[in-house]
Design a protein around this ligand. Structure first.
Ligand code: CP3
Length: 357
């Protein structure tokens, strides 16, 4: 050692969060549990913040509010994963794609991208310059949660982001992005490539600032037929995973796509560590199709949380039994629905945390 060098103690004494142990296939006594969209409108405490700060952009771009909202479900339910309060669209303004999230309407892209010239205007994303509040919030969350749960970051996948910016917002038939894909594929590929480069950087940035695992949301990739998924989504997901692996080989990556039953094996080809299942596929079948090396997440129907307490308990037990011991993160098959009774969410977590393999 050089004179004056401080010898850092090895931090093996700090226990790793259960969620990370479970993903790595270590011996765990129960499945870790968190809920997609666990911070949000079903919580009275969130609604109170919405009254005071009606702008979604403000709630999701102000460090104090992001931290407070992210910690609301943590304070009440003590999930095993604490996801950053943000949105998959948050990086867009830093890429020169102005947007808003409007109450009652959802995401709005002011100038939808439809041409090669539009795509040329999209800038590469520099997270530390464009979204410094994300890094600051993750750092604070990491300190607050203190390894009692895993702090989770997330990004949108290229195809799903492209669907918003081409359609101009949420979509039912995805006709505009399909028109682009099936008549001017080069233009769409140029856009997807920009998102792939930028989202890989964004994952690295989140990990460098405290995220302990990152979920990639390709919510709408399943609007594509399998051959089109192989052209317009899979290569970009692989590119993101490969890029992140080079700098962060041990960062668990979770992939979610809504309605993914027809694509499960292809989702596994991306190289992620965890595939998050929705509820249209049986957990036991999903497990078989993904093989023993892949961890799984999900797959309780969010609608189950509107059922009786006994019903909720039975469905949790059914999924946990079918997932088998280890390599399972208990979660819903999509985000919590607005109007879900908070007491049922409390019951869900209570039952989940009482499980012993
Ligand atoms: O999980 C969490 O608690 C973290 C927060 C989170 C939000 N959006 C906050 C949010 C996460 C992980 C997302 C991801 C997201 N955003 C996805 C992928 C997940 C999925 O549902 O498939 C998608 C497709 C979006 C785009 C988006 N943002 C939509 C479709 C909407 C809903 C519009 C509406 O009004 O219902 C949003 C807005 C949004 N993002 C809300 C929240 C809590 C609701 C609006 C609000 O709270 O004011």
């Amino acid at each position: 050692f050089l004179p004056g060098t401080v010898v850092e103690p090895k931090t093996a004494s700090v226990a790793e969060p259960l969620l990370l142990n479970a993903v790595r296939g270590e011996d765990v006594e129960r499945p870790p549990v968190w809920l997609m969209r666990q911070a949000g409108r079903y919580m009275k405490s969130y609604q109170i913040i919405c009254e005071k700060y009606p702008s979604f952009r403000e709630r999701s771009e102000n460090v104090d509010l992001v931290v407070e909202i992210s910690l609301q479900p943590w304070n009440v339910f003590k999930p095993d994963g604490v996801i950053l309060f943000s949105d998959i669209l948050t990086p867009l303004s830093g890429m020169n794609i102005p947007f808003d999230i409007v109450k009652g309407k959802g995401p709005v892209i002011f100038n939808p991208l439809r041409t090669a010239a539009d795509v040329d205007q999209v800038r590469e994303f520099f997270p530390e310059e464009s979204v410094p509040y994300v890094g600051e919030s993750l750092t604070i969350l990491r300190k607050e949660v203190d390894n009692k749960a895993a702090v989770l970051g997330f990004v949108g996948a290229p195809f799903t982001l492209a669907s918003y910016v081409v359609e101009g917002g949420s979509s039912k038939h995805f006709s505009k992005i399909k028109r682009l894909a099936f008549s001017q594929p080069k233009v769409l590929h140029a856009l997807l490539q920009k998102f792939a480069i930028s989202m890989a950087k964004y994952i690295q940035y989140q990990a460098d600032n405290g995220a302990q695992a990152v979920q990639i949301f390709d919510s709408w990739a399943t609007e594509l037929s399998p051959v089109d998924f192989e052209e317009f989504s899979l290569p970009y997901l692989k590119q993101i995973v490969d890029t992140v692996r080079r700098t962060h080989p041990n960062l668990p990556l979770i992939l979610y796509a809504s309605g993914s039953g027809g694509l499960l094996e292809r989702l596994a080809l991306t190289g992620v560590d965890v595939v998050s299942l929705d509820w249209t596929v049986d957990m036991a079948e999903g497990r078989r199709r993904l093989g023993p090396d892949m961890a799984v997440q999900g797959n309780v129907d969010p609608g189950v949380l509107f059922g009786s307490k006994d019903f909720i308990t039975n469905r949790i037990n059914d999924v946990v039994r079918k997932a088998g011991k280890g390599k399972h993160i208990l979660n819903l098959g999509h985000g919590i629905v607005v109007g879900t009774p908070e007491e049922n969410v409390a019951h869900f977590f209570e039952v989940a945390k009482g499980i012993r393999y």
